[in-house]
Write a protein that binds this ligand. Structure first.
Ligand code: ZN
Length: 176
């Protein structure tokens, strides 16, 4: 991803958080999705499906797999909000379906093109939204943790209502 794109996603998320007076974790992601005009629909889906997003008659619809862990649902909602903010034209043209994000999270963003690039952007949006760098800096100032300390990462992830894997990846990206 280009540095300029990264910066623009970071500032879009920062504005969104400021606009809704969100200053601490956990970020109320459902409230933010609704503020973006989206309707949330939770329904049981196949396990490999995380969710989907599309625009119908001008209204964005975010579908979430109701069978997934609440933390994963939060990541899905944040990811779909990313598509809504960054890729509105694409999701108006056709429904966008998301499978597991795990492999995508780990993929090198430099090699991404087209569809992949949209995923990388939506994942960055989600990480910025659920684990804002400024919030994390404050958390770590209060309670410094070691990147290899699994228990500490799990506790921090619980506070932010994200998976430990997502938190570990985020901390690695930001501070390693
Ligand atoms: Zn996606």
């Amino acid at each position: 991803m280009k540095q300029s794109k990264r910066k623009s996603i970071q500032s879009q998320v920062g504005e969104l958080l400021a606009e809704h007076n969100v200053t601490s974790a956990p970020v109320p992601v459902e409230r933010i999705a609704k503020a973006l005009g989206a309707q949330l629909r939770f329904s049981p889906l196949d396990d490999e499906l995380s969710g989907m997003v599309y625009v119908k008659d001008g209204t964005p619809i975010i579908g979430v797999n109701a069978l997934h862990h609440p933390n994963r649902q939060r990541f899905t909602i944040a990811h779909e909000c990313g598509h809504l903010v960054c890729h509105r034209r694409a999701i108006t043209k056709e429904i966008h379906v998301d499978k597991s994000f795990t492999t995508m999270l780990m993929r090198d963003s430099n090699s991404a093109t087209g569809e992949d690039e949209m995923e990388v952007e939506a994942n960055l949006f989600a990480a910025e939204l659920l684990m804002p760098a400024s919030f994390l800096a404050l958390s770590l100032k209060e309670y410094p943790i070691d990147i290899d300390d699994e228990a500490a990462i799990t506790a921090l992830a619980r506070k932010y209502k994200v998976s430990a894997a997502a938190m570990r990846f985020r901390l690695g990206n930001l501070f390693a």
